[in-house]
Unconditional design. Structure first.
Ligand SMILES: C[S@@+](CC[C@H](N)C(=O)[O-])C[C@H]1O[C@@H](n2cnc3c(N)ncnc32)[C@H](O)[C@@H]1O
Length: 278
């Protein structure tokens, strides 16, 4: 199997326990620390574990370089893990003040601070609207531009407080229970890490890497990602490449959300590669 987002190896540990010594798990992650965590967690598995610090946008090349031609299962659990949210090296959290970075792949040179300090007001509003689905994007962008005229925006706390100020209109109540900065932070993270482009590349490469009857499973956490997965699976089904296994996405139960609130927005979709008729 290929675990395209191995993180700290939680999923691979479960799958790996049912693989014997002939089984192989190839795990990818852009985060070096996650790779180290997975290495430790998977060390007692009977199967072979190959870990690669790389981006799943290059899944085909990275896996074949290891001498693995086909996979029976590809898993992608998108987004970030809790350890990354808490780690100031990534600068992702609006709960704790940290440098405004947001790049998970440290080969990326553009940070969230670059975007908020250098983009013009309209481009910034468009980005917050498109990737954050934030209806108040223009107002937030205006507040950001006004603030940065005084001093550059360099921390997550500074940005979160600007967004909160932009959204606190007297006489209006935001009905949402999520933190006001959630959508703006999501937008910047998607932009910095080119998350949608990378997902599109992964989805495009998967059929070539899957063995016949091999399965591709993707867990997504927001509608922009889920839509890409849904559209890709359906298009491949129409072309006779996949059979979609999950007509509707599989969602966590209430009990699971109770145990793990971060699972609340998760959607799992699975497709199976059809037997070639050629
Ligand atoms: C939700 S966590 C995965 C957790 C993992 N399933 C587990 O059980 O521990 C998502 C992981 O995907 C990684 N990631 C995000 N985008 C990536 C990409 N384009 N290529 C490779 N890894 C990526 C993140 O660094 C993070 O470790």
């Amino acid at each position: 199997m290929v675990d395209a987002t191995i993180g700290h190896g939680g999923h691979s540990l479960l799958f790996g326990r049912s693989l014997g010594p002939d089984g192989v798990i190839v795990g990818l992650d852009v985060d070096k620390k996650a790779i180290q965590g997975a290495q430790f967690r998977l060390k007692d598995l009977a199967c072979k574990v190959i870990l690669i610090n790389g981006n799943f946008s290059e899944i085909g090349e990275l896996v074949r370089e290891q001498g693995v031609e086909k996979a029976d299962f590809i898993l992608a659990d998108l987004g970030v893990c809790s350890a990354q949210l808490a780690d100031s090296e990534f600068g992702l959290s609006f709960q704790t003040d940290m440098p405004l970075d947001m790049s998970i792949d440290k080969r990326i040179k553009t940070t969230a601070a670059d975007i908020v300090n250098k983009s013009d007001e309209k481009s910034l509003a468009d980005l917050i609207y498109k990737f954050g689905q934030e209806r108040a994007s223009r107002r937030i962008s205006r507040f950001i531009v006004r603030e940065r005229e005084g001093r550059p925006i360099s921390t997550t706390g500074q940005l979160a407080s600007i967004v909160c100020r932009a959204l606190q209109r007297p006489g209006r109540k935001r009905r949402s229970r999520i933190h006001p900065a959630t959508r703006t932070f999501q937008a910047l993270r998607i932009a910095v890490n080119e998350e949608l482009e990378n997902l599109e590349r992964l989805l495009a490469s998967a059929p070539g890497l899957l063995a016949e009857h091999g399965r591709m499973a993707v867990i997504s956490y927001h509608s922009l990602e889920d839509r890409l997965v849904k559209v890709n699976f359906r298009a491949n089904e129409k072309d006779g490449i996949y059979k979609v296994v999950t007509k509707k996405p599989i969602l966590p139960s209430r009990e699971e959300i109770g145990r793990n609130p971060r699972a609340r927005s998760a959607k799992l979709r699975i497709a199976e590669k059809k037997q070639s008729t050629e």
